[in-house]
Ligand binder design. Structure first.
Ligand code: AMP
Length: 169
C-alpha cells in the first residue's frame, strides 16, 4: 500500500535548494488517493479523536477526505484574515521571517479531541503552532498525521503528541 510511486520530486521549487514533494500525482490517481486516505485512517485509531483539523492548504485536501471517510467533522486552520468569525492566532518563525495561522474560537464545540493533519512535516514549525492554536481554543490534540515526513529534519521532536506519517524520506 505504498504511496511512494505517486510522489513527484521537483528540484529547486519554490526556490533553489528545495526538493519539493509534489502530491498532485497522488491526488490525480484514484488508487493513490484511496491509499492515502485509507492509510491515514490506519495511522491513528479513529475512536481516539472527535474531529480532524487540517492546515491550509494541502492539509485541507487530506483532512477533509479523511473526516468524510470516517464520518467526522473537519476544522480548518487558515492563513491570516481568511476566517470570518472570531479567531485565535499563532505566529511562528520561518527560515526567513514569520508566518501566522488562525482558527475559529468555537472550533471544538462538537468535541475536543483533535487529529491534526497536513501533507508534509519538515521543520515542524507549522504543526507546532497548530498544536498551540488547538489548545488555545479548548481542543485536545491527540496526534499529528502527515502524508510525508522529511525524517532528515528534526520536525517530530518539536511536537508533544504522537507523530505518524504514511511515507518517510
Ligand atoms: P514545516 O513548518 O517546516 O514543517 O513545513 C511544513 C509545511 O511546508 C507543510 O505545510 C508543507 O506543505 C510545506 N513544505 C515544507 N517543505 C516542503 C517540501 N520539501 N515539499 C513540499 N512541501 C513542503
Amino acid at each position: 500500500m505504498s504511496i511512494e510511486p505517486y510522489i513527484r520530486d521537483v528540484p529547486d521549487f519554490p526556490k533553489p535548494g528545495i526538493l519539493f514533494k509534489d502530491i498532485t500525482p497522488l491526488l490525480q490517481s484514484p488508487e493513490g488517493l484511496r491509499r492515502s486516505i485509507e492509510g491515514l485512517t490506519e495511522l491513528v485509531d479513529p475512536e481516539s479523536y472527535d474531529l480532524v483539523v487540517g492546515i491550509e492548504s494541502r492539509g485541507f485536501i487530506f483532512g477533509t477526505a479523511l473526516a468524510h471517510h470516517l464520518d467526522k467533522g473537519f476544522v480548518p486552520i487558515r492563513k491570516p484574515g481568511k476566517l470570518p468569525w472570531k479567531t485565535a492566532s499563532e505566529s511562528y518563525e520561518l527560515e526567513y521571517g514569520k508566518d501566522t495561522i488562525e482558527i475559529h474560537v468555537d472550533a471544538f464545540e462538537p468535541g475536543p479531541r483533535a487529529l491534526i493533519v497536513d501533507d508534509l512535516l519538515a521543520t515542524g514549525g507549522t504543526a507546532e503552532a497548530a498544536l498551540k492554536l488547538v489548545r488555545r481554543v479548548g481542543g485536545e490534540p491527540v496526534a499529528c498525521a502527515f502524508v510525508i515526513e522529511l525524517s532528515f529534519l528534526p520536525g517530530r521532536q518539536r511536537l508533544d503528541v504522537p507523530v505518524h506519517a504514511l511515507m518517510k524520506v
